[in-house]
Design a protein around this ligand. Structure first.
Ligand SMILES: NC(=O)c1ccc[n+]([C@@H]2O[C@H](COP(=O)([O-])OP(=O)(O)OC[C@H]3O[C@@H](n4cnc5c(N)ncnc54)[C@H](OP(=O)(O)O)[C@@H]3O)[C@@H](O)[C@H]2O)c1
Length: 421
């Protein structure tokens, strides 16, 4: 029976891979979980190793002397300020780690290496994308596009596997719903705190992102479903040397999810949550290229930040007949409420302190929540529809309802004493 190494074992995606594999001890008798920190206890078939993937390959090799495995799952990630730094740092994390396994001799037994990346593959962080997103869509390379660290990681992986005669699989999750604490991108934790504080302040729940996005589509990835996918793909012959989108299988929008969030946290959605902003956001939509709109503090007037100078969909515009279409002009992030500023407001901090003391939950959760990431997820002004056809054709049948996965993530945050029940 095979053993596995999971790098990034405390992350929102890696953590679930560790737990998913550990649930089948007959299939996976030993799971080596690797990260710098150790945040929780593991089942008996999991061995945790403290390791710094930023150290040299030889240093890592000396910490991994007796670690052997047939399958490697790489879900480690370090968020940097620029795309070039992300490219350099995350590429080096993975290549040094793979070299370390060559040095220890562990690579001899490895059959397949699975790399977790994401929908930035399609430039979802740059602006409007072609919908639905397909694994066969062209990569955004060349001098007109910023560096994309997923391309670097995938090129390193493919070259390494070709040199060492190994198989690889890559996953592209999007807007992950799951449990983690103190990580870089975690939308469930920030939403849970936003809703809990809103209730504590006796207010109605206002969607902080783009009014336009409220009725557009997004595709989410449950970290649990993604872990099941990884366990399946590692052993599936049809997944060898292929990259796959991994999303829940439904397509959601906040007009459907936001009222459920409100009800879950016992608050009411503000019925006219976009009314005070209506004039301003109509202007945003009309102009599509505002440098910025004036912020009017708490009046929920949207502010707009332009994204990359041209959206990814513009790369294919001539071939699909979209040249000159408004979707090919620069996209924007449109905020009704600036969540980073909101989380620093005195009334918000004091409400969270009251909640934390009264309900014995983590006081530092307000700072640990990734407000900038939630803001980004809610403030885009374009659809994100990700196709699961390729995975389905390869035999994958997994599916989860996105609201149920979000509800489950809230429950896990409650059980772990992060947010109040
Ligand atoms: N979260 C999302 O919503 C999302 C969406 C789409 C795609 N993705 C992609 O999924 C991949 C995994 O991201 P994630 O969100 O799961 O990351 P995450 O939750 O921030 O976790 C990162 C993991 O990497 C480990 N790590 C970071 N630096 C390390 C180092 N120097 N040495 C050892 N371990 C290190 C961390 O452990 P320690 O800190 O304990 O070392 C942690 O286990 C990334 O490519 C990300 O872009 C994420």
């Amino acid at each position: 029976m095979p053993s596995a190494i999971v790098a990034g074992a405390t992350g929102i995606l890696g953590r679930e891979i560790v737990f998913e594999l550990s649930r089948s001890p007959q299939q996976w008798p030993t799971v080596h979980a690797l990260s710098r920190s150790k945040k929780e206890e593991y089942p008996n078939n999991v061995i945790h190793h403290h390791i710094d993937l930023q150290s040299s390959a030889s240093e890592m090799a000396s910490s991994l002397q007796n670690v052997r495995c047939e399958y490697v799952f790489f879900a480690a990630y370090l968020q940097k300020d620029s795309e070039q730094e992300n490219w350099d740092v995350n590429g080096a994390l993975m290549s040094n780690f793979l070299e370390a396994l060559v040095t220890t001799g562990a690579m001899r037994d490895v059959k397949r290496i699975l790399l977790v990346t994401g929908a930035k593959q399609y430039g979802v962080h740059l602006g409007a994308v072609k919908n639905p997103m397909l694994e066969s869509d062209p990569w955004l390379t060349g001098p007109e596009w910023p560096p994309n660290f997923y391309y670097n990681q995938q090129n390193i992986l493919r070259e390494f596997c070709s040199t060492h005669n190994k198989e690889w699989t890559v996953t592209y999750p999007n807007d992950v719903i799951g449990y983690a604490y103190g990580n870089f991108m975690n939308l469930a934790l920030a939403i849970a705190i936003y809703a809990s504080v809103t209730r504590e302040l006796g207010q109605e729940l206002v969607f902080p992102g783009a009014p336009e996005f409220y009725t557009k589509f997004d595709s989410f990835t449950s970290s649990k479903l993604h872990a099941e996918f990884c366990a399946w793909a590692a052993l599936e012959p049809r997944a060898a040397n292929e990259a796959f989108n991994v999303v829940n299988g439904d397509t959601e929008s906040w007009q459907n999810l936001w009222p459920k969030v409100a009800s879950r946290f016992d608050v009411k959605v503000k019925p006219d949550q976009f009314a005070s902003a209506a004039g301003a956001w109509t202007k945003v939509i009309k102009d599509r290229l505002p440098a910025s709109l004036t912020s009017h503090g708490d009046k929920n007037q949207p502010t707009s930040t332009p994204l990359y100078k041209k959206p990814p969909v513009s790369a294919i515009a001539p071939s699909v007949g979209l040249e000159g279409h408004p979707i090919t002009t620069q996209s924007n992030l449109v905020k009704q409420i600036d969540l980073v500023q909101w989380a620093q407001r005195e009334d918000v901090k004091s409400a969270w302190q009251t909640i934390a003391k009264r309900d014995s939950v983590r006081e530092d959760a307000l700072e640990k929540a990734t407000w900038d990431f939630l803001q980004f997820v809610l403030s885009r002004d374009y659809d994100l529809v990700i196709s699961m056809s390729k995975a389905r054709k390869a035999g994958w049948t997994g599916y989860v309802d996105s609201w149920e996965s979000l509800d489950g993530a809230f429950t896990e945050l409650e059980k772990n004493g992060v947010v109040p029940t």
